[in-house]
Design a protein. Structure first.
Length: 651
């Protein structure tokens, strides 16, 4: 008996020592939920004293913020099923509360054991991680620009709404797929692929990588892409975050601004040469006019003098048209062009304005198909390249202009994304000083120039690059110091079967041998007094009755008064008070079948096409030849009444 008591005492001592030293909160409750034993840590959590042994658990004010605990304990005793949940104490500390049935040696339920495991550090880390994840998720979803997250195998993990909206795709067509296969391979771009596949092994990042690409659903766009590797932790793999910005419109506006700025520079450069050429033209006209003053003594010289004056006027008009073509608006207006004709036109212009020490050579491939391009912008880039060559030959030299066709395969040696086949080639070759190796990487940068202050802005070649880029083409420079420079521009061939004539806007068909109209009066609208008087003299001299108006308002008033008599309106576009186009529309409201010819020193192709659709019969380019104008008038309203009995009157 004594040995048994000794053993029981030893067991009680062991149990007491275990309770005191264990660093876990354990509370043992009887079947009636009375306190039987607890560890010191449990005493702190549950506010227990030694005297609380035997008290009912429901009467104890513990520190845990948990509801329905007594019901949970009763359920454990009734069902013998263990329960576990996360709880906090009033100080905000986190625990895992485990409630298990207390079993006797013969497997009977004799109470419940409550165990509290301190998980505060782990829980706070989890909550912090979750908060960071939620923050990252919120940032991903709410960022206005497209974002895409890749696994380290380059498959898409997720993307934000801006990505799906920008590229017009759905999560189902994106997530889990290799980025290079998205949109039929539209992201399979060699340079981007190289950058991405260096990120994971080298833990690199890249910023502001520019991509111009034909995206499947949204067309040709310019995107700026930045990528960064997000290092993974245990159990969480690494990710690659790609940020994408659509800069298409911004880049276009920037390029347009550069073109406008450079255009002003180019026009300033041409001003001296043009002024010189115009002075020569005026001198020719003045000189031969002087000779006409002596027509009585030298009548045989009159026809020759008139012909020279006529040619000089035509030369001046051509120079004005070329200058206006260089100054046109920058919005692209793609049309079918004869590339050789454009080069010849430029050659004529530069031959008259460049120093005489510069020689031009043309190597033009015959029977070229038409190129679809913006005439003004193509003229601009060729002008810029030629100006660049001129400046590289201060003591003179040769500029060679060359055209041709090249296979796309040849271009892919230099341009991996040259997908069209074939390409037009237009090349500018000079015998100038060449471009040094230290300059070559910067030649297409805006405002980069090696010229002295005041000699140039450095915009010319950046404009060339931007315009060619907008035409989906390429530009390549080859140069060697002291050996000259070659610029090659490649533009995709759209359709070799098109013809230049077929691409132009339809020229209205004028009626031939028209019967004389009952309305023979012509309304001539011209604000320049001398030209108006000349027009009246020429038209009345041919037998027509003429009404003359000085501006658009006066023209509309005259038309309202005499509309039954007026058979044709010849109207200048640049009129004071009311423009010629607006005046025509008002006349058309009054008389829907009004017949009109409009005249202008320079008329945009789009504006001309619009007026022809509105009912204008034809357009005239100033300065116009009155003999040709009279032929056109007769084809519209017939010969003047005075010619009824004399149809052979010369024009």
């Amino acid at each position: 008996m004594a040995n048994r008591n000794t053993e029981l005492n030893r067991l009680n001592a062991d149990l007491n020592n275990l309770q005191v030293t264990i660093q876990t909160a354990i509370l043992l409750l009887g079947r009636d939920l009375t306190v039987r034993r607890f560890t010191p840590l449990a005493g702190k959590v549950f506010n227990l004293l030694a005297t609380d042994v035997g008290r009912t658990f429901g009467g104890i004010r513990h520190n845990l913020e948990v509801s329905g605990l007594e019901c949970l304990l009763a359920e454990v005793i009734d069902t013998a099923a263990a329960h576990e949940r996360e709880v906090r104490d009033k100080n905000g500390r986190w625990y895992v509360l485990s409630a298990r049935p207390y079993l006797t040696l013969d497997k009977k339920i004799d109470g419940v054991v409550l165990v509290l495991v301190d998980i505060d550090a782990l829980k706070r880390s989890e909550l912090a991680t979750r908060a960071e994840r939620d923050y990252a998720e919120a940032a991903l979803r709410t960022t206005p620009g497209p974002l895409v997250v890749l696994h380290d195998d380059m498959r898409v993990n997720t993307a934000n709404e801006a990505f799906y909206k920008t590229f017009e795709v759905t999560p189902g067509r994106t997530e889990g797929r290799l980025i290079y296969s998205l949109g039929n391979g539209q992201w399979n771009i060699p340079k981007l692929r190289e950058l991405l596949e260096k990120i994971i092994p080298q833990e690199e990042a890249f910023n502001d990588f520019e991509i111009t690409h034909d995206f499947k659903d949204i067309g040709r766009r310019t995107m700026v892409v930045s990528g960064r590797r997000v290092t993974g932790v245990e159990g969480v793999p690494a990710r690659i975050l790609l940020g994408i910005e659509d800069v298409t419109e911004r880049r276009r506006r920037h390029e347009h601004q550069l073109i406008e700025a450079q255009k002003l520079e180019g026009l300033g450069m041409l001003a001296g040469g043009i002024a010189h050429d115009f002075n020569n033209i005026l001198a020719i006209i003045l000189g031969y006019t002087t000779r006409l003053e002596g027509w009585k003594t030298h009548p045989k010289q009159i026809p020759g003098a008139i012909e020279v004056i006529r040619a000089a006027v035509g030369r001046g008009a051509s120079l004005v048209q070329q200058l206006l073509a260089s100054a046109r608006q920058v919005e692209a207006n793609f049309e079918a062009l004869d590339l050789n004709a454009l080069v010849r036109e430029l050659h004529g212009m530069l031959g008259a304005t460049f120093p005489k020490t510069i020689k031009f050579v043309l190597h033009l491939q015959r029977n070229l198909p038409v190129v679809r391009a913006d005439r003004s912008q193509l003229h601009q880039i060729l002008l810029n390249l030629c100006v660049n060559s001129r400046d590289a030959m201060p003591r003179g030299g040769t500029i060679t202009l060359e055209t041709g066709i090249r296979d796309g395969e040849q271009l892919r040696e230099y341009f991996s994304d040259a997908t069209a086949d074939p390409y037009f080639l237009v090349r500018v070759i000079d015998t100038g000083t060449g471009i040094g190796e230290h300059v070559e990487p910067h030649i297409f940068e805006p405002f980069y120039t090696t010229k002295a202050r005041g000699k140039g802005t450095g915009l010319g070649l950046s404009v060339v690059y931007g315009v060619v880029h907008n035409h989906r083409g390429f530009v390549r420079m080859e140069s060697e110091a002291g050996e000259g420079t070659t610029f090659s521009v490649y533009l995709p061939l759209k359709s070799a079967s098109e013809s230049v004539a077929g691409a132009d806007e339809q020229v209205p068909a004028l009626p031939h041998d028209a019967e004389r109209d009952a309305a023979q009066t012509i309304l001539l609208v011209e604000d320049e007094g001398t030209l108006r008087a000349l027009g009246v003299m020429m038209l009345e001299g041919d037998g027509y009755h003429v009404l003359a108006a000085r501006d658009g308002v006066e023209a509309v008033e005259m038309f309202e008064t005499h509309r039954a008599e007026i058979g044709l309106v010849i109207c200048d576009l640049g009129l004071p008070r009311l423009g010629g186009h607006e005046a025509f529309l008002k006349m058309k409201e009054s008389k829907p079948n009004v017949r009109a010819i409009v005249a202008s020193g320079y008329l945009e192709p789009n504006a001309r096409a619009e007026m022809l659709r509105e009912g204008v019969i034809d357009t005239l380019e100033k300065p116009y030849d009155f003999h040709k104008l009279l032929v056109k008038i007769r084809s519209i309203i017939g010969p003047p009444e005075a010619e009824d009995d004399d149809q052979a009157r010369p024009v």
